[in-house]
Design a protein around this ligand. Structure first.
Ligand SMILES: [Zn+2]
Ligand SMILES: [Zn+2]
Length: 112
């Protein structure tokens, strides 16, 4: 967790917002249908918007995600993962083993 956001993530306002958002989604990951444990901010929190409740506490900016999808989201925001390719140590373009789960197995949802 980023330093600037730690006070926010411990605030009552956020904890309450997060809890009711997860409940509204029935703790179901919005991408893979797994168990949602994390409420992700679609617009990432920055020192510049951390005090703006229209970003931090806006349900339109929230997404209920499981641990895997949340990890993937933050890794896939890096360009190298975006098309699943990277350069190996010899400078050859190779397919990365890590693909975005929700796009790779959209019809392979675990039960509720
Ligand atoms: Zn998921
Ligand atoms: Zn996130």
């Amino acid at each position: 967790m980023r330093e600037f956001a730690s006070a926010f993530y411990h605030s009552q306002a956020w904890l309450r917002c997060r809890e009711s958002y997860l409940k509204s989604k029935h703790y179901v990951c919005e991408r893979c249908g797994g168990l949602a444990k994390i409420v992700h901010h679609k617009v990432y929190l920055t020192p510049g918007n951390i005090d703006d409740p229209t970003i931090t506490l806006n349900w339109d900016n929230l997404e209920a995600l499981c641990q895997d999808c949340h990890n993937a989201e933050h890794m896939c925001s890096q360009p190298i993962c975006a098309d699943g390719l990277k350069f190996d140590t010899n400078g050859n373009l190779v397919q990365t083993p890590r693909v975005c789960k929700w796009s790779a197995r959209s019809d392979d949802r675990p039960g509720p």
